[in-house]
Design a binder for this molecule. Structure first.
Ligand SMILES: Cc1cc2nc3c(=O)[nH]c(=O)nc-3n(C[C@H](O)[C@H](O)[C@H](O)COP(=O)(O)O)c2cc1C
Length: 324
């Protein structure tokens, strides 16, 4: 095929989105061998057969054609680095990767979204590739999002919305559904901050005291007015009485310039933040990088659209007044 036509052919094939697999076997010398492959597909349910194709110029060709077995690892969205390692030609691709020997001798990586251990059933000529058909002897699946390949680059799944946006609020009836975005934001907030609230109870800190400590950690010293201004929009701004109580409990200190955190106040805040961060880490484990980035973008935009007059927490009050 002429060069231009070949590129167009490749590009057209790239329009077909696939998953990404790493397929492993053993060499004649008993060394682990593996390649990244997106040509994997199902063939038959009974008997359970799968196929993939291997370039004839692949250094792993002899191993795959002779071993009589291979293991297909469907990669998760977190395994782009593994795909890149096995897409390199030659070299020791297994150093630094956790694996063990599987039931039919193929090397099995510790991490995958799905695994198919196969006995090689057929090999067919397919132009510059060899098509390998394997009978699946053993398989496994894990709760992981898959890594995708589309248009020459890695991608991630995003479930397609198959319905028109629904009316989430019925004003006349005074009812709302579970699709009401503001309800979802509030409920997600209340539920996801439960571990933090339990920690606050343990430390005998109220929400207002916690918010005051948090604001002081970012910008201190601050006067009572500055604290009130920064927290006014939350409904949890401190008054003189609360600040006095906090000073008595040695959570904050009053100097000529305003209020500051004490060592105890900072310690309580750090303990609470550690609980909040651990809760966030547990939650984010269930989402892809893309989903997290998209959610943050949407939330930041909502904050921007609804808070033009609200001071920026990370800048000093003077900078904020200059900005306004
Ligand atoms: C996303 C992706 C999909 C690939 N799919 C295949 C494939 O289906 N078959 C193949 O032979 N090579 C495929 N490759 C290329 C091989 O992984 C690459 O040629 C590798 O270097 C072969 O290693 P080896 O020469 O050590 O055997 C793919 C590479 C990438 C990045």
């Amino acid at each position: 095929m002429a060069d231009k036509k070949a590129i167009e052919f490749r590009n057209a094939l790239g329009a077909f989105a696939t998953g990404v697999t790493v397929i492993t076997t053993l060499s004649d010398e008993g060394e682990p061998v593996g390649v990244t492959a997106s040509s994997f597909n199902s063939v038959s349910l009974d008997p359970p057969l799968v196929l993939w194709s291997l370039a004839k110029n692949s250094l792993s060709k002899v191993a795959f054609c002779n071993s009589g077995h291979f293991a297909i690892h469907v990669l998760s969205s977190k395994q782009e680095d593994i795909s890149n390692i096995f897409a390199k030609s030659g070299g020791d691709k297994f150093s630094g990767i956790a694996w063990k020997t599987g039931e039919n001798e193929s090397p099995i990586l510790d991490e995958y979204a799905a695994l198919f251990e196969c006995k090689t059933m057929h090999q067919y000529e397919g132009g510059d590739h060899i098509i390998l058909i394997g009978e699946v002897l053993n398989f496994d699946q894990r709760d992981e999002l898959p890594l995708l390949f589309h248009g020459g680059q890695y991608a991630e799944t995003r479930p397609k919305l198959n319905s028109e946006p629904v009316d989430a609020v019925d004003i006349d009836e005074g009812r709302f559904t579970e699709d009401f975005l503001l309800y979802l934001i509030s409920r997600a907030h209340f539920q996801s901050s439960r571990p933090t609230h339990l920690k606050l109870e343990e430390l005998n800190l109220s929400q207002r005291e916690y918010m005051t400590l948090a604001v002081l950690s970012m910008n201190a010293p601050a006067s009572e007015n500055e604290l009130a201004e920064r927290l006014d929009h939350t409904g949890f701004s401190p008054d003189a009485e609360l600040l006095d109580q906090m000073a008595l409990r040695m959570l904050i200190d009053m100097s000529d310039d305003g209020y500051e955190l004490t060592t105890k106040g900072r310690k309580y805040l750090m303990e609470t933040l550690a609980v909040a961060k651990a809760a966030e880490d547990d939650l984010l484990d269930h989402f892809s990088h893309r989903e997290v980035a998209d959610t943050k973008r949407v939330l930041k935009k909502i904050i921007e659209l609804t808070g033009a007059d609200i001071p920026d927490l990370w800048n000093s009050t003077e900078e904020n007044s200059e900005k306004n």
